[in-house]
Design a protein around this ligand. Structure first.
Ligand SMILES: [Zn+2]
Length: 328
């Protein structure tokens, strides 16, 4: 007797099974490509550099307060250690802790090249090359996050060329104020309606280093950054995408005295607010939120599969949609 495995009946069954599997896979792919799993059409990640929740609470920030009231919020999210601008933003925009992304330096240093781990922009683009992306940064060091083919636009101080920028004291210290960053981002949003967009407001950190965390000057910088946030909101309205968007508002670190970078609550505690489509309005988040969760949440909202190595996980609790749609 012939072994069962080679019998014509069995191979026919196997062929049918394979065809069914292929059909299912095609169905899955077409659902994924048509945005079948997408929960928001646009995700904007806004970072207030040095945004310590305790100082934000004492500053005049009507727009942020309005969005927090209409959104899901925690004032006790955590950043990574070292609580410094470039390592922390790298975690925010990769979903990885520093042990994995290895960006431990905190200045613009072209010799170090571009980070090796994929950013949220790269992951989104790899999944669907049609996803439009942009990053508007107030500090030149963000260029370390500019991976090939990951961004339609990287904007620092109006410069958008990807020819190398030489390192210099001037360019390292030349921050682009929140209002300038917001104006550039707003014009772009109205024109291009990016699906995944990062926006960085440096002012609170600049004032914190000069005058101290919690100083009157820093509170003024928060107020000015809040006006910049208002400009972004207006742009979403003008572009007609406000009801299809989610905004994630957060920070890279807090601060104490005139510095930050330590593993203490003053430096490690950051705000995390989600506002927009499918967000559970008026929610105070009780689960721990880490800055790495920002990338995981953005990917989940855009229907992009979340890589297993990510340290962050989506903040499902902030949204009214099924929390088990994509889990790992
Ligand atoms: Zn910073």
């Amino acid at each position: 007797m012939k072994p069962a495995l080679s019998s014509p009946t069995s191979s026919r069954t196997a062929r049918i099974a394979l065809r069914s599997m292929a059909a299912l896979w095609m169905l899955f792919l077409s659902a994924a490509c048509s945005g079948g799993n997408r929960l928001a059409d646009h995700v904007f990640i806004v970072s207030f550099d040095g945004g310590k929740p305790a100082v934000i609470a004492e500053s005049s920030m009507p727009t942020l307060n309005k969005l927090a009231g209409e959104g899901a919020v925690t004032g006790s999210a955590q950043t990574i250690f070292p609580s410094k601008t470039l390592p922390s933003h790298t975690s925010m925009f990769t979903g990885l802790g520093p042990a994995k992304h290895r960006v431990l330096w905190n200045s613009y240093d072209p010799a170090r090249g571009i980070i090796q781990s994929p950013t949220v922009f790269t992951l989104a683009r790899k999944f669907d090359p049609r996803i439009s992306t942009a990053l508007f940064a107030g500090k030149i060091k963000f260029r370390h996050l500019w991976q090939e083919n990951s961004l339609d636009v990287f904007d620092f101080n109006g410069q958008r060329s990807n020819t190398p920028v030489a390192r210099s004291e001037e360019i390292e210290n030349a921050t682009s104020p929140a209002k300038k960053v917001a104006a550039a981002a707003a014009a772009y949003i109205v024109e291009k309606k990016p699906q995944l967009c990062g926006i960085h407001f440096p002012d609170p950190d600049t004032a914190g280093h000069k005058f101290g965390w919690g100083s009157a000057e820093q509170k003024a910088a928060f107020a000015s950054s809040d006006e910049a946030l208002g400009v972004l909101l207006e742009a979403l309205q003008k572009a007609g995408i406000a009801d299809k968007s989610v905004l994630i508002l957060s920070a890279d670190h807090g601060g104490h005295g005139r510095t930050h970078g330590e593993n203490i609550p003053d430096d490690m505690t950051i705000p995390w607010v989600a506002w927009g489509k499918s967000v559970k309005a008026g929610t105070t988040l009780t689960r721990p939120v880490n800055t790495t969760d920002t990338t995981a949440t953005a990917l989940w909202l855009l229907g992009v599969p979340i890589p297993a190595q990510l340290d962050g996980r989506p903040v499902y609790e902030a949204f009214s949609v099924g929390t088990t749609a994509i889990s790992r």
